[in-house]
Design a protein around this ligand. Sequence first.
Ligand SMILES: CC(C)(COP(=O)(O)OP(=O)(O)OC[C@H]1O[C@@H](n2cnc3c(N)ncnc32)[C@H](O)[C@@H]1OP(=O)(O)O)[C@@H](O)C(=O)NCCC(=O)NCCS
Length: 152
Amino acid sequence: MYVQGCLLFCKNFMKFSLRRPSDKEFQSICDYIKEFELDNRDLKKEQFVLAAEGTQLLGFGRLRKHADCTELCSLGVVMPHRMKGIGKAIVQELLKGSSDAVFLVCIIPDFFTPLGFRVTEQFPTSIKDKITYCTQELVVPETYVAMVFQKP
Ligand SMILES: CC(C)(COP(=O)(O)OP(=O)(O)OC[C@H]1O[C@@H](n2cnc3c(N)ncnc32)[C@H](O)[C@@H]1OP(=O)(O)O)[C@@H](O)C(=O)NCCC(=O)NCCS
């Protein structure tokens, strides 16, 4: 388990913690995933890192283990708390949870590049399937790209 619970400060000096969600928080995460139209497949509480200020949910993200790789997905920050460094902190915490490369599929490579991800055209089958899922089920005008974070 990689999240023991840690306290951080975001850009406006608000204190928040990163930890595993409770059952109730996991239900709220599932509701936000639906609202934000994020990947809702195979959701398990144990996959998630939650950002919270006390009991207030600020954001979330997960690592999904596939047979052929680890994927970072279902990342979201609630609207009033975006652009405060919370999404970045969640990604950095999730990356501590994998000893292998971490893949993702997104439309915002500019958000992930400074965090150490690079666009790749070489990816395992589960990521190929994710691109198909995104382009068919999560339709947006932007282009989906696969990215990878290689452990140093
Ligand atoms: C994408 C998302 C998770 C970012 O979370 P956030 O907490 O607002 O982001 P942060 O404040 O941690 O931003 C970190 C940096 O990325 C930049 N950034 C934030 N959103 C960005 C975006 N959509 N595209 C490019 N850069 C972005 C910030 O300006 C900041 O840059 P800085 O470090 O130079 O100041 C959030 O906007 C969100 O929940 N979006 C809706 C769901 C979504 O798109 N999820 C991603 C699916 S792959």
